[in-house]
Design a protein around this ligand. Structure first.
Ligand SMILES: Cc1cc2nc3c(=O)[nH]c(=O)nc-3n(C[C@H](O)[C@H](O)[C@H](O)COP(=O)(O)O)c2cc1C
Length: 180
């Protein structure tokens, strides 16, 4: 699975035990389930500290990091909120959401405010992931966000890669002449 090309996100959830008030987990097993209404899914192992926090809060923010957040993204994917206040340790700037209580990451160019609609308990005895299905209730996008310049990240085979060349618009590149 790790050799898939995936897009990692930083998920912020309320954590009353933390001085910062929040925990962040890095999640790359995500998917769009519906466009209208907008619904997304996240696969999270039951062993993650955030699994229980998200279940309890019933909501979270999903933040698309740019290259400037790379070290923070990796830190939040390596260390657990069981032991650390990742927000404070990495000095990650958060700001209030519009509708949900979990804050959003200021530096991330795209933030989605999400409310849990359903949880699929797919993991057998903690062997793998459970699936959190959530409605996107608010969509924030940095005004100057342009995909070619956004410095978005992907992961493939445990490497982080930066998005590169724009190869053309979907539904349009097929109109090009072969070899042209
Ligand atoms: C690039 C990357 C992607 C990850 N994707 C997932 C994922 O999709 N689901 C998951 O359960 N854990 C994923 N992890 C692992 C968690 O982020 C990691 O175990 C983290 O420490 C859990 O934090 P928590 O214990 O504070 O919840 C990923 C880690 C990295 C570095």
């Amino acid at each position: 699975m790790q050799s898939f090309v995936l897009c990692p996100f930083m998920v912020v959830v309320l954590d009353k035990t933390k001085k910062s008030g929040s925990n962040i987990i890095t999640v790359s097993y995500t998917g769009v389930l519906s466009e209208c209404p907008p619904i997304i899914g996240l696969a999270i192992r039951p062993s993650r500290y955030s699994h229980q926090l998200i279940r309890e809060a019933g909501e979270f923010s999903l933040n698309l990091p740019s290259v400037s957040l790379l070290e923070d993204l990796d830190f939040c994917g390596k260390y657990s909120g069981k032991k650390y206040d990742k927000v404070l340790l990495r000095n990650i700037k958060l700001e209030p959401s519009e509708v949900i209580r979990s804050p959003i990451i200021t530096e991330a160019p795209i933030n989605l405010e999400c409310k849990i609609r359903d949880i699929l308990y797919l993991s057998k005895n903690g062997s793998s992931h459970d699936y959190f299905i959530a409605d996107i209730v608010v969509f924030h996008r940095a005004i100057d966000f342009i995909i070619e310049k956004s410095q978005s990240l992907i992961t493939a085979n445990y490497d982080y890669l930066q998005l590169g060349k724009n190869l053309g618009k979907a539904f349009n590149v097929c109109k090009r002449k072969k070899g042209g």
